[in-house]
Design a protein around this ligand. Structure first.
Ligand SMILES: *[C@@H]1O[C@H](CO)[C@@H](O)[C@H](O)[C@H]1NC(C)=O
Ligand SMILES: *[C@@H]1O[C@H](CO)[C@@H](O)[C@H](O)[C@H]1NC(C)=O
Ligand SMILES: *[C@@H]1O[C@H](CO)[C@@H](O)[C@H](O)[C@H]1NC(C)=O
Ligand SMILES: *[C@@H]1O[C@H](CO)[C@@H](O)[C@H](O)[C@H]1NC(C)=O
Ligand SMILES: *[C@@H]1O[C@H](CO)[C@@H](O)[C@H](O)[C@H]1NC(C)=O
Ligand SMILES: *[C@@H]1O[C@H](CO)[C@@H](O)[C@H](O)[C@H]1NC(C)=O
Ligand SMILES: *[C@@H]1O[C@H](CO)[C@@H](O)[C@H](O)[C@H]1NC(C)=O
Ligand SMILES: *[C@@H]1O[C@H](CO)[C@@H](O)[C@H](O)[C@H]1NC(C)=O
Ligand SMILES: *[C@@H]1O[C@H](CO)[C@@H](O)[C@H](O)[C@H]1NC(C)=O
Ligand SMILES: *[C@@H]1O[C@H](CO)[C@@H](O)[C@H](O)[C@H]1NC(C)=O
Ligand SMILES: *[C@@H]1O[C@H](CO)[C@@H](O)[C@H](O)[C@H]1NC(C)=O
Ligand SMILES: *[C@@H]1O[C@H](CO)[C@@H](O)[C@H](O)[C@H]1NC(C)=O
Length: 523
């Protein structure tokens, strides 16, 4: 019994020892191994990695921005711990990459961006693709064709084929693990295999990036059996050139959609009603130039967005809208909005409706014409922690007009009026120890008025107490009063002590003399 216990203890201890040794050996190496080159252009071999790296501890390899003639055959399979491999921006000569992977790799991330892959080269790598792969990034190469067959034997969840010009995406074999697909800026063509009974080959797709392409929205905004988009959660159509305009009934066939990005789209005839997209929580409408004026129709465009948590509207011309119109526009999402981006919208004050947004945590008002506001204050927007107001026309800030929990409040690029009135703001920042702002005062914040401080940084603006009159008068009165109090307290103290001592002395004297008298009379 005791013997077996000791055995167990020994085993546990030795395990711990081995484990500790492994840990200490690889400590600090767990990050990224990069090759060291003396020359800019070279052959990539194991030797280049041995300087400064413990090869057994390379979990991540990153090689970027180099000219490479040749990669040692099977190089990457020599790193036994390798999990992530990224080769970025390498104008590889000829077939340099062809035999580089080697057998037995256990990668989970493989990223080959802008390394001059064409289909011949990529297909020569296919037999070496590890089955454990979860991310395959082939961005900015020259692939003309990609088949789901290529990854049907792997566990690839994320596939990035963006910026491969004129690529054909062929859906022939099922790729059940695929959840994220990026085909942005590729002018892609989508092809499904000709089968008698069409089915979707990537049924688990959740996130789709089609940004920057020429598209016919109705070819995937519909309900048919080979439609793989029915369960999409996120769709990016930013900068797309739509062959048919968006209308009120667009986006009717994405019942699970939560995020939609429509930045820079110009072909919007009617604002979508979002009647069948109840779950939408994120909507990005930056640079959408279609609903500029506050017409009766336009002020109700968000009427069905009762669940929206994040809204981006950069570069809208909201200065054309009055307070009432803005209130109607934003009212459907008052109770839910957490993140609102109104950068460069020409606003000259913070819309009143914003103070009703109790869930708001981040508000971006960068690059507007705001000089002051009476909407939000220390008693509104209890959840607001980030308030961006750089590049406005703010001269001075009343700390009472800042919601209580704000901890990020950059104001660079504002024309500060450096007078005593600015001191409460400086004190507010210092009391909260907002070190980022204090640091930026020295470089990014400038006084633009009055003349004597013009061009000086906010850090340099440290007026003497005597410069700030009001402040001075109060302080002097307070100091004088304090001083008087102290004197009075001391004086009364001394006086009462003296009195006590006198009484004591008198008492002692009378006491002593009566004793003496007693003694005298007895003797
Ligand atoms: C660097 O390049 C020069 C000439 O281009 C060559 O003479 C030298 O041997 C190279 N050094 C190394 C370490 O490869
Ligand atoms: C790189 O490899 C090629 C062929 O494998 C060889 O001819 C060349 O000399 C090598 N260059 C360097 C700098 O080692
Ligand atoms: C691999 O890269 C991903 C994404 O950058 C990262 O989350 C993961 O921790 C990396 N793996 C290792 C072993 O460092
Ligand atoms: C792919 O690139 C390699 C190396 O640059 C080249 O030899 C081959 O002909 C290319 N294949 C195609 C189909 O362009
Ligand atoms: C894509 O590759 C080209 C050259 O092939 C390069 O000029 C460009 O900067 C790359 N784009 C990105 C976003 O990396
Ligand atoms: C996937 O596996 C099947 C058999 O399991 C095999 O026939 C096929 O060639 C493999 N495909 C790829 C691309 O490796
Ligand atoms: C892609 O196709 C368009 C025509 O659709 C053509 O003008 C363009 O040159 C092609 N780009 C590449 C890189 O092949
Ligand atoms: C959507 O696509 C645009 C354009 O390519 C890109 O800038 C943006 O980061 C994408 N957004 C998301 C969330 O993928
Ligand atoms: C877009 O697709 C729809 C349905 O597939 C089709 O009826 C319509 O003609 C297409 N529009 C264009 C401009 O190709
Ligand atoms: C769609 O969303 C509902 C509710 O979140 C969920 O139960 C369902 O599984 C989702 N469908 C898919 C295919 O993700
Ligand atoms: C879309 O607009 C048309 C008229 O322009 C209208 O008849 C239809 O009811 C609207 N649909 C929705 C969902 O609002
Ligand atoms: C806002 O604050 C309330 C109460 O402090 C909290 O319950 C709620 O979760 C907060 N909302 C967000 C979005 O942080």
């Amino acid at each position: 019994m005791l013997q077996s216990l000791i055995k167990v203890a020994i085993i546990v201890l030795s395990f711990k020892f081995v484990w500790m040794e492994m840990l200490s050996k690889c400590i600090g190496h767990r990050n990224v191994c990069t090759p060291r080159f003396k020359n800019e252009s070279t052959n990539l071999t194991q030797k280049e990695f041995s300087e400064g790296n413990n090869l057994e501890c390379c979990y991540n390899i990153m090689v970027r921005d180099l000219k490479i003639h040749f990669i040692q055959k099977g190089l990457f399979s020599k790193f036994v711990k390798l999990e992530n491999l990224s080769l970025h921006n390498l104008p590889l000569e000829g077939e340099a990459i062809k035999n580089s992977l080697g057998k037995g790799l256990k990668l989970s991330y493989l990223s080959l961006e802008n390394v001059g892959l064409n289909n011949t080269l990529f297909e020569s790598l296919l037999p070496f693709l590890p089955k454990t792969l979860t991310l395959l990034d082939l961005k900015n190469n020259s692939l003309t064709y990609f088949s789901t067959n290529f990854i049907s034997n792997t566990t690839v969840k994320t596939l990035d084929l963006s910026q491969n010009q004129n690529i054909t995406m062929m859906l022939d074999k099922q790729a059940l693990s695929l959840t994220h697909l990026d085909l942005s800026h590729s002018n892609f063509e989508w092809k499904t295999s000709q089968e008698s009974k069409p089915v979707c080959k990537i049924p688990n797709l959740l996130v789709l990036n089609f940004a920057g392409n020429r598209l016919n929205l109705s070819t995937f905004d519909n309900r048919n059996d080979e439609n793989c988009f029915w369960y999409l959660k996120s769709l990016n159509l930013s900068l797309s050139d739509l062959t048919e305009p968006i209308i009120n009934e667009s986006f009717s066939f994405f019942p699970n959609l939560t995020s939609l990005y429509l930045d820079g789209i110009s072909n919007i005839e009617q604002f979508p009603s979002f009647q069948h997209t109840e779950r939408l929580t994120k909507l990005s409408l930056n640079d959408v130039k279609c609903f500029v004026n506050p017409t009766l129709k336009n002020i109700n465009i968000f009427k069905n967005l009762h669940k929206l948590r994040r809204l981006e509207m950069q570069n809208w011309e909201l200065h054309l809208w009055d307070e009432t119109e803005l209130t109607v526009l934003f009212s459907p999402m008052i109770k839910t909005l957490e993140h609102l981006d109104l950068k460069s919208t020409g606003l000259s004050t913070i819309p009143l409706v914003i103070k009703e947004m109790d869930e708001l945590t981040k508000l971006i008002l960068t690059s507007n014409n705001i000089s002051s506001w009476n909407s939000i204050s220390e008693n509104t927007n209890k959840n607001l922690t980030i308030l961006f107001m750089e590049w406005n026309l703010i001269e001075t800030v009343d700390p009472h007009s800042i919601p209580k929990r704000v901890v990020e409040f950059p104001l660079e690029g504002n024309p500060f009026l450096c007078t005593c009135e600015l001191m409460p703001y400086k004190n507010w920042v210092k009391e909260r120890k907002l070190s980022k702002i204090i640091k930026d005062w020295a470089s990014k914040y400038q006084c633009s008025k009055p003349h004597q401080w013009e061009g000086k940084t906010l850090d340099m603006f440290r007026p003497k107490i005597t410069d700030c009159q009001e402040f001075n008068a109060y302080v002097i009165t307070a100091i004088v009063l304090c001083f008087l109090m102290v004197i009075i307290v001391i004086a009364t103290n001394i006086y009462s002590r003296r009195r006590k001592q006198n009484i004591l002395k008198k008492f002692q004297y009378t006491h002593d003399s009566s004793e003496k008298r007693k003694l005298l009379s007895s003797s």
